[in-house]
Write a protein that binds this ligand. Structure first.
Ligand code: PLP
Length: 420
């Protein structure tokens, strides 16, 4: 039932820096769309998968698959050990003190819902407040609204500046005696703003307010250390982190998780069941009812090994330089407006083009094999803040190269000429 005592083996040391070697590991990037080489610039929606993650999924099903924590037979023991090892890998990746602080969920969204239902809802009283910011993804707004609505509490949004940054003074002012939770994105999925989470966590701790960091756009782009950060909760999605879809992670501080009731009932989350009543398992199993995505979790471990081998500090430098180059190139296109101008940008960059609907931009670029995201990117309040209902968004991953940015820039220049 518990992970092996030994820590997960450390990944191989970082290989020599060569982004084209990283890129070569992604089979889908050798495919064509509409007869043109695929230019994939939608990694913020989901990253593509390296060969080793695809192979791990396949080999797990071919050699290692059985249900976990249930069988005494060899195969089930092996699958359980691999699943438990993946939890250790996540622990190491996040810098968590204890493997019990790592809960497997379906995605970042489910992690936030778990905290909203299990941690917050029992404490909420009429008039209480949950503080978020105007730049949040719907996943970091709606779960809080649902539990707030039930309890007569409300969600309050701290404003962001025209540059697309959190106004820290305004955030601090909105913390009141009624604030029961602060939930903030580390990196905006639209603007790419890197929020000063260290300062935000310190502020929340000073005020005695629990804090959740939505790291869905952060952990694949920069190193993370939850123990040093001191946040109470942090979530991310496997599918944005070069792993499979259907797996996500909630990190929670041990003492908080320990005190939280289960939020879903079923197998594996119990200690003893009778019709007189049920007692519940320890953390993290208490929050993992039913059979999980076993193969997906093992393959997520492989994806995190991949990222650690690339070395996230190096990934961050590489991607930041690419994004800065994209920003310079796009800014020179007539009629193109980039949303926000944050001091630090990672992952994504959103824009509009005078005269062209974002949907049209997306469809015309697709004909050239270029995949970007268009619409509200699950951030309607953020778009409303900028007076928009939609935008176009390009985003980068470890495989993005300058040729991708050049193709996008040339495509956008052609579209700008068509519409103006
Ligand atoms: N938070 C942020 C900042 C995101 O960008 C996303 C997805 O785009 C989510 C949360 C939700 O992720 P998922 O749909 O994987 O749960």
């Amino acid at each position: 039932m518990s992970p092996p005592a030994a820590p997960a083996p450390a990944p191989a040391p970082a290989a020599a820096f060569d982004p084209e070697t990283w890129r070569a590991q992604f089979p889908i990037l050798r495919t064509e769309m509409h007869g043109r080489p695929l230019v994939y610039l939608d990694s913020a929606a989901s990253t593509q998968k390296p060969r080793r993650v695809i192979d791990r999924l396949k080999s797990f099903y071919e050699r290692d698959y059985a249900n976990i924590h249930r069988g005494v037979y060899e195969l089930s023991q092996r699958a359980s050990a691999l699943h438990d090892e993946a939890r250790r890998k996540v622990q190491r990746f996040l810098g968590a003190r204890d493997w019990r602080e790592i809960v497997f969920v379906r995605n970042a969204t489910e992690g936030i819902n778990l905290v909203a239902w299990s941690f917050l809802r029992p404490k909420l009283e009429p008039g209480d407040e949950i503080l978020v910011t105007e730049m949040e993804h719907h996943a970091n707004i709606v779960p809080w609204q649902i539990v707030a609505g039930e309890r007569g509490a409300r969600v309050v949004a701290a404003p962001i500046t025209d540059a697309g940054e959190i106004d820290l003074d305004a955030l601090a002012e909105r913390i009141t005696g009624r604030t029961r939770m602060l939930a903030v994105a580390w990196v905006s999925n639209v603007l790419g703003t890197v929020n000063p989470v260290e300062e935000i966590v310190a502020l929340a701790r000073r005020e005695g307010v629990p804090v959740l960091i939505d790291a869905a756009q952060a952990v694949q782009h920069r190193p993370v250390d939850v123990a040093a950060l001191g946040c109470d909760f942090l979530v991310f999605s496997g599918h944005k982190t070069y792993g499979p879809s259907g797996v996500g992670v909630l990190y929670g501080r041990g003492e908080l998780l320990d005190a939280m009731p289960p939020w879903q009932g079923g197998g594996d989350m119990i200690e003893k069941v009778s019709f007189a009543g049920t007692s519940f398992n320890e953390i993290p199993f208490r929050f993992e009812a039913g059979t999980p995505d076993i193969a997906g979790i093992v393959a997520l471990g492989e994806a995190l090994d991949f990222l650690e081998e690339l070395d996230l500090a190096r990934v961050e430098r590489h991607e930041a330089a690419l994004l800065a180059g994209a920003e310079r190139a796009l800014a020179r296109i007539p009629g193109l407006r980039i949303l926000g101008a944050p001091k630090e940008r990672r992952s994504a960059l959103a824009f509009t083009l005078e005269g062209a609907h974002p949907q049209d931009i997306g469809m015309l670029l697709d004909l050239e094999g270029i995949a970007i995201r268009t619409g509200h990117h699950c951030a309607m309040p953020l778009h409303a803040r900028f007076g928009l209902s939609a935008s176009a968004r390009m985003s980068v991953g470890v495989y993005t190269n300058e040729a991708d940015i050049d193709a996008l820039t040339a495509g956008l220049r052609r579209i700008a000429a068509m519409f103006q």
